[in-house]
Write a protein that binds this ligand. Structure first.
Ligand SMILES: [Mg+2]
Length: 355
């Protein structure tokens, strides 16, 4: 089954996330929700969809596929995903092992898995493991508001929509306390996106949030590659530590596990090398006794692939979804209900995007 065509689609939609006037898309300063969809077609007429990260960088990742990686895929065997991904990774490794080229490779891998599952006539999760969950619990990942009133109001709204776990992207303790007051029994994942510059600041933050029902502190220090620093913060922290969404390779996770840097590993399927890399990391995490809770809330094929991954794994873990309402989602059916997302049962990823 040879690859005949690789095409890219930049999907853009307006969104709201419950900010009061002046909100700019939280910590990410997003004006729109951008998603890069990648379609691979085979000579025998099958097609699959993948996604490469993302956001305001989608045109750069798109360019990497259109000019570099897509042409290299034409005529290759779509059924031997491992061989094709190994060839592409080697051929393009000197363009960077983290960043747009890696994001592009991730998209290719996801699309090939969609094709593999469609060819088998099975939903993707059936190829990955036996758990066959009909739905996966979702946690509401709130963008940054920076205002305690906004945080409290949106936490309350998230609970009313049925979410039972909430992530904040706040580092101001007034905002985190406001969330805890609004939902005292709800575990709060505290994603601070590498805001602290010293281990002392990070360690102090971890102490400060003890007692606020913190499920974990995520990406506690700048830069994200300083895995030994994350390990030292974890050793002293009274709350669990999570990280990994900025990792570019499976080897980065090997190092995290060797150094016992994290309680929760967070590979992002649209950055790390797609589903093939996720499955490798899942094995490594299991051996290391580390939870794997994926990062990938971008509303595209990557979210769908993450859903199938979580539906299949023996460990029951939640899926991250941005607490944002899209005006024109690529997958209108891919929405949480009562704090969970139903896993589609059709072959492959199970949904076709609405472009
Ligand atoms: Mg994060």
């Amino acid at each position: 089954m040879r690859i005949a065509r690789v095409t890219t689609h930049h999907h853009r939609t307006d969104f709201t996330y419950g900010a009061s006037a002046g909100g700019v898309g939280g910590n990410l300063h997003l004006r729109a929700m951008d998603t890069l969809l990648v379609r691979i077609e085979t000579e025998d007429g099958l097609h699959g969809w993948g996604e490469g990260f993302g956001f305001t960088l989608v045109e750069t990742t798109k360019d990497a596929i259109d000019r570099l990686i897509g042409p290299a895929c034409i005529g290759q065997d779509a059924t031997d995903i491992a061989a094709l991904m190994r060839m592409l990774a080697r051929r393009f490794h000197n363009f960077g092992r983290n960043g747009p080229v890696s994001f592009a490779l991730s998209a290719i891998d996801i699309a090939l898995w969609d094709i593999r599952a469609k060819a088998a006539g099975a939903p993707l999760h059936a190829l990955l493991g036996d758990a066959a969950r009909a739905s996966v619990p979702a946690y509401a990942s709130l963008l940054r508001y920076g205002q305690p009133d906004d945080v409290a109001r949106n936490v309350t709204e998230a609970l009313s929509r049925g979410y039972r776990h909430i992530k904040l992207h706040e580092f101001d303790l007034r905002c985190i306390r406001a969330a805890h007051l609004a939902a005292p029994s709800t575990p709060l994942m505290l994603d601070i996106n590498c805001v602290w510059n010293t281990e002392h600041e990070a360690a102090q933050f971890c102490e400060d949030v003890e007692g606020l029902n913190a499920a974990w502190v995520e990406e506690p220090i700048w830069p994200p590659e300083d895995i030994p620093a994350i390990a030292r913060i974890r050793a002293a922290s009274p709350v669990p530590i999570a990280a990994g969404e900025c990792n570019g390779t499976v080897e980065d996770f090997c190092r995290m596990f060797e150094l016992r840097a994290v309680d929760v590993a967070q590979p992002s399927i649209t950055k790390i090398g797609g589903l093939s890399a996720m499955l490798e990391i899942a094995e490594l995490a299991r051996e290391a006794g580390v939870r794997l809770v994926p990062h990938c809330p971008y509303f595209g094929p990557g979210l769908l692939a993450t859903l199938h991954f979580l539906a299949a794994m023996p460990e029951a873990e939640p899926i991250e979804i941005y607490f944002a309402d899209l005006a024109r989602p690529a997958y209108p059916a891919l929405v949480p209900r009562d704090g969970a997302i139903a896993v589609p049962g059709a072959p492959g990823l199970g949904f076709e995007p609405d472009l």
